[in-house]
Design a protein around this ligand. Structure first.
Ligand code: KIV
Length: 299
């Protein structure tokens, strides 16, 4: 256990980001920023850096829990991490990703699970994957006062149906379907739409056609905003990054280096030194030394 004391947080936070802020940014053509986070320290740093939205993505399954894909992560696991993020974030919008099978079997299930993210974990919105087929669910969620972020294109929860992680929207028929999905989500009232793994030209067309802000990931520069997985930009995924990822830091090297230095210092008795040790107060010291001397004499 660490007994490091955590200071209270003072100082003015930036204004709260809401669904209105995100929609107004689209109207003003100001780029919208979103990153994933799954725990208190990372969410706090992301929020303090001024990012608009923190997504507790189901990518948690892969980048934090070590699963092969996103399918196994459960509602309870997502709730646990959303709560930690909620405790950290003051200004950014906190969005919880609905995991696989938490809304696929029925709209009732979807609303019940989404309400848990709002009520038990403090999420301000939920994200669901899929277009036209999610319209009934989205209406039900909005009736339950839950803002929804849509997600179309390369939707990782459809991994098996898609036959792997492949760029979507390459044929004219696929582009037409994507347009139908995007406009259906827009009409159903989602506050934003993630466009993942689609050609830049298609994302640009969707962005112009819909009033909801589009948030791209591997969808080119013409979206209203961009989202990336935090562990991707920090080199913390142990995998070859996808083409669209830009690494802004090397946390793997930072951690490896710090851990190796700790190991070496312990093994060479360089840690802890006097400066990193607690000492007895004066009033106890001489009595304690007497006891220690007596003990040594008895040995
Ligand atoms: O789970 C996730 O991290 C996501 C985003 C990257 C859009 O869905």
């Amino acid at each position: 256990m660490s007994i490091t004391s955590f200071p209270e947080r003072h100082g003015s936070a930036r204004p709260k980001v809401t669904t209105t802020t995100i929609q107004e940014k689209k109207q003003r053509r100001e780029p919208i920023t979103c990153l994933t986070a799954y725990d208190y320290p990372s969410a706090r740093l992301v929020d303090e850096a001024g990012i608009d939205m923190v997504l507790v993505g189901d990518s948690l399954a892969m980048v934090v829990l070590g699963y092969e894909n996103t399918l196994p992560v459960t509602v309870d696991e997502m709730l646990h991490h959303t709560r930690a993020v909620r405790r950290a974030v003051r200004s950014a919008m906190v969005i919880a990703d609905m995991p696989y099978a938490s809304y696929h079997l029925s709209a009732e299930d979807g609303v019940r699970n989404a309400a848990r993210f709002v009520k038990e974990a403090g999420a301000e919105a939920v994200k669901v994957e899929g277009g036209e087929k999610r319209i009934e669910l989205i209406h039900r969620l909005r009736d339950a006062e839950i803002p929804v972020m849509g997600h179309i294109g390369l939707t990782p929860q459809s991994l098996h149906a898609m036959g792997g992680y492949k760029v979507q929207g390459k044929s004219l028929a696929a582009i037409e379907q994507l347009m139908r999905d995007a406009t259906a989500l827009d009409r159903a009232g989602v506050f934003s739409i993630v466009l993942e793994g689609i050609p830049r030209e298609v994302a640009a067309m969707i962005t112009t056609e819909v009033s909801a802000p589009t948030i791209g990931i591997g969808a080119g520069a013409d979206c209203d905003g961009q989202v990336l997985v935090l562990h991707d930009i920090l080199n913390l995924t142990f995998a070859q990054p996808a083409k669209f990822v830009r690494q802004y830091g090397d946390a793997a090297t930072l951690i490896r280096d710090a851990v190796s230095r700790f190991k070496k210092d312990v093994e060479t008795h360089a840690y802890p030194n006097e400066e990193k040790s607690y000492h007895l107060p004066k009033e106890t010291k001489s009595a304690f030394e007497n006891i220690a001397t007596r003990k040594r004499a008895m040995r």
